[in-house]
Design a protein around this ligand. Sequence first.
Ligand code: S3P
Length: 174
Amino acid sequence: MKNIVLIGFMGSGKTEVGKRLAERLSYTFVDTDRLIEEKRGESVAGIFRGEGEPRFRELEVSIIRDLLIRDLSGVTGHVISTGGGIVISSDNIRSLKKIGLLVWLKASPETIYRRVRSETHRPLLNVDDPLGEIKRLLTFREQFYSEADISVDTDGLEVDKIVDVIIDVCWKRR
Ligand code: S3P
């Protein structure tokens, strides 16, 4: 089976689902935010604070480029979890599709809000009205997320069930 690339909004479960999926498939788990942090020696929040969102988006592009080079040299068997905003560039979507099957983890604004409200590490949601911001960003980003090869509705589903659905669909599309 190809690499699997998980996309979706913050709090849609990409990291948790990705890790479990990788375990089940005996694949290696990769997270683009962590790769950026390793490359820069700084947290995502710190990069946003010090250099701003445009610089963070440039770093996302450079990480995709690194992954493409790895992939072109024959590396497969990876589950790649991505930052929620990586898709807002069509070039990024095209590149991610070269790396693997693009799977969108869909979640409603209310589900997302429930999952992220106790966390503080996401700079874009540290605002007065996080639910309103989630709705606004999600409405804008849906056009990009819907470019995925596969979408999975995660509302009300346990992590293991989501993993089952992804494995089932990816297996049929291999
Ligand atoms: C972002 C999502 C975050 C992280 C950064 C920006 C976004 O990743 O990349 O804070 O623009 O949606 P998660 O989706 O893993 O929270």
